[in-house]
Design a protein around this ligand. Structure first.
Ligand SMILES: NC(=O)c1ccc[n+]([C@@H]2O[C@H](COP(=O)([O-])OP(=O)(O)OC[C@H]3O[C@@H](n4cnc5c(N)ncnc54)[C@H](OP(=O)(O)O)[C@@H]3O)[C@@H](O)[C@H]2O)c1
Length: 249
């Protein structure tokens, strides 16, 4: 039986499909019937993700998203799409005093410039079918900065502003754009965090979650909803996923 929550018949591009939230998103979308093209740089990990998906002719393609000059070629090779789950991103904490221009540019390039240029290229090449839905993974950090997170928070705030603008520009074509802003989710980024903050800080942070810290499934289900026709009246929004975390904790 198909219903509005089903993704059967939808072809969706998933970035960051080689790890963490992107990998789980791929698994969940495929289980809901979508046909996927997953990207990342690490070919072995992309293959591993493919091996987790139910057979449906899914494809993977290794691509470094910061190589924006090569985006036209990547996009030209894509079939018509019904959606994008943009999960690629990096987290590099650094106090303002120690910020270096190159590191700032690298972070902004992957977290902001890359999704913007990817989307622009998808639109220029008319790869997004009417009814398409674009979902970008932001972070609660966009609205609730933390010490050391100036560049990361700024990159996600920029992504949210971009998505809201896109939603306005493309509503007339029935193309929707939304962000998902998770709090802490147990992925390799979470493991990196364990190496950069004290155990005491982490314990205090984790215990601030009334439900619990997130897992990739929590985000993947929300992505699936925003890609499905069930969310057809939602655009320009930011869906916060935080296990009940008090704002600013
Ligand atoms: N985990 C959290 O607590 C959390 C919370 C809020 C928001 N987020 C956001 O969620 C998204 C996914 O994070 P995650 O926790 O799943 O991290 P992750 O496991 O480290 O995954 C990051 C993904 O980004 C891809 N990527 C990195 N650099 C790339 C590049 N230059 N070109 C193409 N792909 C690239 C990686 O693939 P390759 O290495 O194969 O290139 C990988 O698939 C990020 O945008 C992150 O900011 C995470």
């Amino acid at each position: 039986m198909t219903h509005n929550f089903s993704l059967t018949g939808k072809t969706i591009l998933v970035t960051g499909g080689s790890s963490g939230i992107g990998r789980q998103t791929a698994v969940t979308l495929a289980k809901l019937g979508a046909k996927l093209i997953i990207t990342g740089r690490n070919t072995e990990q992309l293959q591993e993700t493919l091996s987790l998906l139910p057979e449906n002719g899914h494809l993977s393609t290794s691509f470094d998203l910061v190589k924006t000059a090569q985006l036209p070629e990547l996009v030209a090779g894509l079939p018509p799409l019904c959606g994008l789950a943009h999960c690629a991103g990096i987290w590099k904490p650094c106090p303002v005093k120690f910020l270096k221009e190159q590191a700032l540019q690298n972070l902004m390039h992957l977290n902001f410039v890359a999704p913007v240029m990817l989307t622009a290229e998808l639109l220029r090449q008319k790869k997004l079918l009417p009814g398409s839905s674009l979902v970008y993974i932001s972070s609660v950090a966009a609205q609730h900065p933390y010490k050391g997170g100036s560049a990361y928070s700024a990159s996600k705030a920029a992504l949210e502003a971009f998505s809201k603008t896109l939603a306005l520009e493309y509503a007339g074509k029935n193309i929707r754009a939304n962000c998902i802003a998770p709090a802490m989710v147990k992925t390799p980024i979470f493991d990196d965090t364990l190496n950069t903050v004290s155990e005491q800080f982490m314990q205090a942070h984790v215990s601030a979650y009334p439900l619990r810290v997130g897992v990739p499934d929590d985000v993947a289900y929300a992505v699936a909803y925003l890609l499905s026709d069930a969310s057809g009246w939602i655009t320009g929004s930011v869906l916060r996923l935080d296990g009940g975390l008090t704002v600013g904790s």
